[in-house]
Design a protein around this ligand. Structure first.
Ligand code: HEC
Length: 127
């Protein structure tokens, strides 16, 4: 049941914030940052096939371009993959949780999934 996954995510997140080297405004507000938290995950695990270079060519699977915030929010050729405020309704989360993405490579670890879920729950802002 997804509520259980969400519960563990909510548990993991404060631990991540608490161990951050700068316990300043960010952890105090308990806000996940697109630039500092979300983009690095996408860059490491997803952009190779969604907007980045793969073997010398730009690879843009399903037209989903995660190299910019705008590209991520536009989504794929089928439409939005992020539903601000609703991680369970977001295709990007569903595909990670179903094990469909990343298509190749290591699965997204639970702490990174928790960050993605929290960022979407907080409104998926360009923050
Ligand atoms: C090795 C290449 C590869 C990587 C890495 C990869 N993807 Fe994909 N992605 C694909 C391909 C191919 C498709 C289309 C076929 C499919 O749905 O399986 C796709 C489709 C998608 C879709 C579906 C869009 C839609 O509207 O149906 C989403 C969302 C997605 N990827 C998210 C991600 C996320 C998030 C990551 C990183 C955690 C990621 N992908 C990493 C190759 C990749």
């Amino acid at each position: 049941m997804l509520a259980l996954v969400l519960g563990s995510g909510a548990f993991v997140l404060p631990a991540v914030s608490a161990s951050a080297p700068t316990p300043d405004d960010r952890s105090a507000r308990a806000e996940v940052s697109y630039a500092n938290d979300v983009f690095p995950i996408l860059e490491k695990r997803c952009i190779r096939c969604h907007g980045g270079m793969d073997e010398g060519e730009i690879r843009l699977e399903l037209s989903l371009n995660m190299t910019t915030y705008e590209g991520l929010m536009i989504g794929s050729e089928y439409g939005e993959v992020v539903t601000p405020g609703d991680p369970d309704d977001s295709v990007i989360i569903q595909m990670i949780e179903d094990g469909d993405m990343p298509d190749e490579g290591d699965p997204v670890p639970p702490e990174e999934l928790a960050l993605l879920r929290a960022w979407i729950a907080e409104g998926a802002q360009n923050n």
